[in-house]
Design a protein around this ligand. Structure first.
Ligand code: ADP
Ligand code: MG
Length: 223
């Protein structure tokens, strides 16, 4: 079996001022190794809520989430942290790079956290950033980079540890349309080249259509 992600019956609701909002009402979703899946839905439809659950970033949901065959609910907090670190990579709408570190260091650090050899981590960072056209930007800090360049660094960082699954939440949502198209094409090329799978939240039909499969989030379920 080649499933990197298997979600079944996922439910999540929020209480606010005595009112219960049912955001996810029983989501079922499978992602195969190497597959790139769009999670399409308008703002407020629950895309980020679903990615946060799959990213093991918060509890409070009902249902099953299996990553690389491991059931998240049955893991203790250390094991969940290890699974997140070893199997997942994250790209957010805003890059969340460390401002005091260079582009290269931002891609090296997650590898060092996993006990990579520093010289090899630097080599991998330079190679990923080079593939994304940033060979001349390795020593730049995030504030010295354009929005598109910052997102490319965030993409390289997400792939640094060769995750089985990349979770991307509106990864080009903060860029103008032309830059978004270029950065997203590079994202797809790199993810495919690395053989990772990806689940990409977007409200943009044009971007969704470039992926292997489109899942629509509607009324708390996927269609
Ligand atoms: P999307 O990413 O598709 O725009 P979200 O997952 O961010 O949607 O939000 C889906 C719904 O869940 C929204 O109605 C939002 O207000 C609600 N929601 C999300 N997070 C919380 C929270 N922590 N507390 C209360 N409501 C929340
Ligand atoms: Mg969102």
């Amino acid at each position: 079996m080649n499933e990197v992600l298997s979600v079944a019956g996922l439910k999540r609701s929020f209480e606010q001022a005595g009112v219960t909002i049912h955001v996810l009402r029983g989501v079922d979703l499978n992602v195969q190794a190497g597959e790139i899946v769009a999670l399409l839905g308008p703002s407020g439809s629950g895309k980020s809520t679903l990615l946060q659950a799959v990213g093991l970033l918060e509890g409070g949901f009902e249902g099953s989430i299996r990553i690389n065959g491991e059931e998240a609910a049955s893991l203790d907090s250390d094991a969940r942290t290890r699974l997140r670190r070893d199997a997942l990579g994250f790209v957010y709408q805003f890059h969340h790079l460390l401002p005091d570190f260079s582009a290269e260091e931002n891609v090296v650090l997650p590898q060092l956290i996993r006990d990579a050899e520093p010289a090899q981590a630097r080599e991998r960072a330079a190679s990923l950033l080079g593939t994304l056209g940033l060979a001349e930007r390795l020593t730049h800090r995030p504030s010295q980079l354009s929005g598109g360049e910052q997102q490319r660094v965030a993409v390289a960082r997400a792939l640094a540890n060769r995750p089985a699954l990349v979770l991307a939440d509106e990864p080009t949502g903060n860029l103008d349309e032309a830059t978004a198209d270029i950065v997203f094409a590079e994202f797809l090329r790199l993810v495919r080249g690395e053989g990772s799978a990806a689940l990409v939240a977007t409200h943009n039909e044009r971007i969704a259509a470039k992926m292997d499969r489109v899942m629509r989030l509607h009324d708390g379920v996927l269609e």
